[in-house]
Design a protein around this ligand. Sequence first.
Ligand code: NOJ
Ligand code: CA
Length: 704
Amino acid sequence: MKRITFLFLTLCIGCLTPTIAQTLTSPNGKLTLTFHLSEAQKPIYSLSYKTKEVIKDSKMGFTLQPHYSFDSGFKVIKTTYSDSNTTWTPVWGENNKIQDNHKEMLIQLVQDKTNWLLNIRFRLFDDGLGFRYEFPVQKNLRHFIIKEENTEFSLTGDHKAFWIPGDYDTNEYPITTSKLSEVAQLIGKVRQESLAAKAPTKSLAIQTPLMLKTADHLYINIHEASLVNYPAMCLNLDDKEYKLTSNLTPDKNGNRGYIQTGSTTPWRTIVVSDDARDILASNLILNLNEPSKIKDTSWIKPTKYIGVWWEYFVGGGSTWAYTDTQDIVIGKTDYTKLKPNGHHGANTKHVEDYIDFAAENGFDAVLVEGWNEGWEDNYAYVKEHIYSFTKAYPDFDVQALHKYAASKGIKIIMHHETTSSVADYERQLPDAFQFMVDNGYSAVKTGYVGPISPRSEYHDGQWMVNHYNRVVETAAQYKIMVDSHEAVRPTGMCRTYPNWVAQESARGTEFESFNGNHPDHTTILPFTRLMGGPMDYTPGIFEGDLSTYGGANKAQLSTTLVKQLALYVTMYSPLQMAADLIQNYRKYPDAFQFIKDVAVDWDHSYILEAEPGDYITIARKAKGKDEWYIGGITDENARKAIIDLSFLPKGQKYQATIYADGKTANWKTNPKSYVISTKKVTSKTVLKPQLAPSGGVAISIKKI
Ligand code: NOJ
Ligand code: CA
């Protein structure tokens, strides 16, 4: 690592002219960052890619409570340049090695009138820029409250955007594709489509990760990395100037962040390329996160699972609740005295059937929702103590199931729906985790449906960010893996806590049961939500016509059956569910074979084709095996994928099993039509399968 220090512009101290721009160039020379102080001595940055401007001059800094400007009147004290080129090994991932090659520029500022110090650290990679603010320990500033972060991303035009509305409480919105200038006219309708608890931002705002495409074919992704002790960021949109400005999630007093010096903000990230595939291949966000804080990671295992779950959504009658009695007081109500409703999903016999099926088909685990006391009276969002996380319903025999699962080599995944009663969850957490350890559980799915209690907080505010991080950190002490639903969107923290194996934090498959996902949804998610980390999307629905269950739910899946298979490859996660009911897998055993075979951890990934909103084709090599899996998906338009197998080792013959949409397949009219064929292939083969409207292709390749 080289380190060069400049005592920069000391001559300029006190002067009112803008400083000369300082520049930093990416290792391959394609990206250039510039930084200078404006006439009002405001920090300004800009970014260009090859000959094109990506971010025009954009302001940086803060307003502190009650109204101190901390974004102007600065002097540069010192500028330090360095570079670093290292490789690290993730515990699990899309690739078994990740290169972190970047140049760095650290600008140390002092505000003239206050003597307050502020550092800005820029890291420039070949695939984009990260920068963060650092609040050094200093004499004149110790604690402060952020009123606004004023970071700007000044865009060069009216880009095409893949966006969801700004909201402090939820990211479970459909994703809209439009010009930035069209967001204002569409946002009201999109907000109405969210079924989740929501706290819309007052201004015209959209969330990150935000995917943009310029008229001259630049792909730009804006997000953040390493969200620790700080609120998540939305972006206010100025749709006249095409400027985005950070909008941090406040608490309900309007305070955005409670800061003590000696800390940093998360990194603001801008991934950029003229090839959409590079956006999906980018490791910039992971590289900007701290290395694993967990020393012994041997207990962290990529997991394929089934579960007592989808039956709650299809309208077939199965319930999380044990009884229809409503007036429950947790800790006082004796459930053994209540009349069961007769269709409680998480009963011992039913779970045993799942364990049998998991064992027969090579799964690792079974998720069981609705196992614990409290589901009857959970909907009004007024009670604080809603659930017990240590007491099972009378018909769910924890010990017997532990033994049964262990005898078959299957793990049961614990479920902690908190209904956002977070203070109560924190009180129960040590007992809940100890209960898990005592009963053989090593993974938990958490959930945060509804508004947060304490009422002063939003899902994406600093207090909740600290909560999610604390749960994961505490879980690690008990050797527990975490899959959080309805939590703040991920920012690559799974590098630091590799037991955070997945999150939901966007519309997953559950929204298929509300007709809430569009055919292009999963062609956008990898460019948006997944930029921050793996998603527990829960694919694998074979029976997409929910009217077959005879209930009120008439929803229809937004994909073909084969596209559901392809999602195991295109939606990267070390935690993958086969979400459908066992009976449907029994009906289509040949298609189910792909789900049984597909890996959940990888040596290498190859992004073969990609265009946000249109299509994605990815090939991955299974970790430690000579096996490759390919997934290709398309939006509502049929297309021919071009799958060049040149990533295969040369001179060797392989057998490919191709799961393709049938000739007349169509997500609306004929979703379950598929054809399975086999073919001998080599590194010279190029496959050109036809994908149906909202269809896909899934391929497994094994050595002959
Ligand atoms: C919402 C979650 O996303 C879903 O997976 C879960 O089943 C329900 N909450 C109940 O906890
Ligand atoms: Ca959810």
